[in-house]
Design a protein around this ligand. Structure first.
Ligand code: ZN
Length: 134
């Protein structure tokens, strides 16, 4: 794992949170993107060489709706940048971590991603992400 690529934050209202994070960070977001497969609308802020990803549910059965129901707004996941997602999945499986999706899926911001089950990572939802090539 090379670095923290981004922190994912679950929010109820992306528009309001964009205004809040603009004030907090002193800069505009650099992109907004809907990820259909995950049922989320995202907004990204660059901060140094890492990012903040705001996540709003785009439909009621979105994992973000469920998160907001059970918990509240706040930190949702930590995403680590990896060079070879398949090699990293094998390594983590051999260490006993539980992978939520065996096949990497399309993430926001030109990435393929997998998630680790929080019950195998001290309650932290961990995302591995690899930049799509080409
Ligand atoms: Zn993420």
């Amino acid at each position: 794992m090379r670095k923290i690529e981004h922190l994912g934050i679950a929010v109820k209202d992306l528009e309001k949170s964009n205004i809040l994070f603009k004030k907090l960070l002193g800069k505009e977001n650099y992109k907004e993107e809907k990820v259909e497969g995950e049922g989320v609308n995202t907004s990204f802020f660059m901060i140094g060489d890492t990012k903040i990803e705001l996540l709003e549910a785009s439909r009621p059965d979105s994992p973000i709706s469920k998160f907001l129901e059970k918990k509240s707004e706040g930190i949702h996941h930590i995403a680590f940048d990896v060079e070879d997602i398949y090699a990293e999945m094998e390594r983590l499986k051999s260490e006993g971590f539980e992978i939520l999706n065996e096949i990497p899926k399309e993430g926001a911001d030109n990435k393929i991603v997998v998630f680790l089950h929080p019950r195998s990572t001290n309650g932290v939802l961990v995302e591995l992400c690899q930049e799509k090539k080409g």
